[in-house]
Design a protein around this ligand. Structure first.
Ligand code: BG6
Length: 513
């Protein structure tokens, strides 16, 4: 592979984006093209990029899957899915052109011949569509298919690009199910693609407000001096969903909330909140700092897992007044399943900045509201003067979704003749401040991969460190010795009582979303 071609190319003429790499023409080959992710996220994301004029002049999408299908059939399916799941309403005139850049390649993942014919087809596409020999392979298939796909790509010479072109691979989660399997997967990927060709996707990093955390912290001078143990009492991270397992039991039963959400999305958010300022904005400088946070997470002993981790599973209940079944009654779920659909954790980062600042995390399905937010709770002002009766902290809330934005809660005097103090909010909403909707995370991430910018993708060591931390909890739970029991919570509640106790013990409470 030509390394020079894989480096970021900047175009200072792109207004307001002078530091951002430019996405390049390419073919995007999606393995698992008939699956849910392709329908719900990938093709709609490409469509939206096309509609917003963000795609490079030549981008061709090739769906690779087992089922027999013509290009036209595949296009029709993709159009239907896009009309259903797209962020913007599909405009016929845009789809007409965009749809023509979608192709279908039928093959078994294990069939070498299918990759040889793919290579020929891509060469032809390069000639006819100007995709310049650049290839972006997207692994949206089941993880047990990654190995044959990677082997066959290599055998067909598709892991290396011609002079002046690039070949990259985007690997979807789950990236392993523990440290050993993640290492093994990294080894397998490494056999075919170098680290700088590998993009491990964590779609939370593509969310607008997640990206804004670095800007908030490092482009403003007022927060950084306060961002430490001296002024911060504790941090909470919540990722709540009203959705249940949604027909994904096959995967979810073997994963659970800790592997599904904490190992990747929540730890990534924590890294952005807790990292030191990088020396520059290059992908590696940022990722160097992020990985130090995970490395500094205090490793819990088996005993400590019992007191610092809560696991729950939703039972029958109601969401927005509508009755819903319990997890064990969901399709393809074992009736005695011990899989957790809720996790609450109390963590510590053992470094100077975060010494003695607890980090509380909770994530759950079938909670009363959907929302992801990080709240930074500052220490109280000295209890003299006005604050004698007040128990309020200043709280900075970073809303990842929905209603992306940031708010700061502070104390103010209520108008009137008495001296009553009440909390008020300074609030920034993306929607109203910038007057435009945020793109979907996948849109940003696809463009970044087409640009060779890996900043918002997880590096090998980040993934492995995160698993090393998660493994301790998983092992303690599996051993069941000192582990907490699996607690049940009615669907539509904020998780088991034990999650509240986790904070109550420290004299704190979860923020209401
Ligand atoms: C996925 C998890 O990675 O993230 C799902 O596998 C979860 O279980 C989803 O529902 C949440 O993502 P978002 O963007 O819908 O909040």
């Amino acid at each position: 592979m030509n390394r020079a071609a894989d480096q970021q190319q900047t175009n200072p003429l792109r207004e307001g984006l002078s530091t951002r790499a430019v996405p390049q023409p390419c073919s995007v080959i999606i393995f698992g093209a008939t699956g849910d992710l392709t329908h719900r996220k990938l093709i709609p994301a490409f469509y939206n990029l096309a509609a917003d004029g963000e795609l490079p002049p030549a981008v061709v999408i090739v769906g690779f899957a087992r089922r027999e299908k013509s290009d036209d059939e595949f296009r029709r399916e993709m159009e239907e899915a896009t009309r259903r799941f797209s962020r913007q309403t599909v405009r016929d005139e845009i789809w007409k052109t965009f749809g023509q850049s979608i192709f279908y390649h039928q093959s078994e993942f294990e069939d070498q011949g299918g990759y040889k014919s793919l290579a020929d087809r891509l060469d032809k596409i390069d000639k006819e569509h100007g995709t310049r020999g650049n290839r972006l392979f997207y692994f949206a298939a089941a993880p047990d298919q990654f190995e044959p796909i990677l082997k066959n790509l290599k055998a067909a010479g598709l892991n290396e690009a011609c002079e002046g072109s690039w070949a990259r691979v985007i690997v979807e989660k789950p990236f392993g199910k523990d440290l050993a399997s993640a290492r093994e997967l990294n080894r397998i990927v490494r056999n075919s693609f170098a680290e700088e060709q590998t993009y491990r996707i964590d779609h939370f990093l593509g969310k607008e407000t997640a990206q804004n955390i670095l800007v908030l912290r490092f482009a403003n001078a007022i927060f950084e001096p306060l961002w430490n143990t001296r002024y911060i009492d504790h941090v909470q991270i919540t990722a709540a969903e009203t959705l249940g397992v949604e027909g994904r039991a096959g995967y979810y039963e073997g994963a659970g909330a800790l592997r599904d959400m904490v190992q990747n999305h929540l730890l990534q958010l924590l890294c952005l909140v807790a990292m030191e300022a990088p020396t520059d904005l290059s992908a590696d400088s940022i990722r160097d700092e992020k990985v130090k946070v995970v490395r500094s997470l205090r490793r819990l002993s088996e005993k400590e897992v019992a007191t610092n981790a809560v696991r729950g599973q939703y039972a029958q209940g109601a969401i927005n007044g509508k009755p819903v079944t319990g997890y064990r009654a969901e399709k393809n779920v074992d009736q005695k399943s011990m899989t957790e659909t809720f996790v609450a954790l109390r963590l510590n980062i053992d470094n100077w900045r975060w010494w003695d600042v607890p980090i509380y995390m909770r994530v759950g399905k079938r909670l009363p509201k959907s929302g992801t937010e990080i709240s930074v709770h500052f220490k109280k002002a000295p209890l003299v003067l006005f604050n004698k009766e007040s128990t309020e902290h200043n709280v900075l809330v970073i809303r990842i979704q929905p209603d992306e934005g940031i708010s700061l809660r502070m104390q103010a005097k209520m108008p009137g003749t008495s001296f009553r103090i009440e909390p008020v909010k300074m609030d920034f909403h993306y929607g109203t401040s910038f007057g435009k909707a945020s793109p979907e995370a996948y849109e940003r991430l696809l463009l970044d991969a087409m640009s060779g910018d890996a900043t918002l993708f997880a590096r090998r060591d980040e993934v492995e460190e995160a698993w090393a931390f998660i493994d301790i909890i998983e092992k303690a739970w599996a051993a069941k010795k000192d582990a907490p029991a699996l607690s049940f919570y009615p669907a539509g509640s904020w998780g088991p009582e034990e999650a509240d106790d986790l904070l109550a013990r420290d004299g704190r409470a979860w923020r209401r979303l």
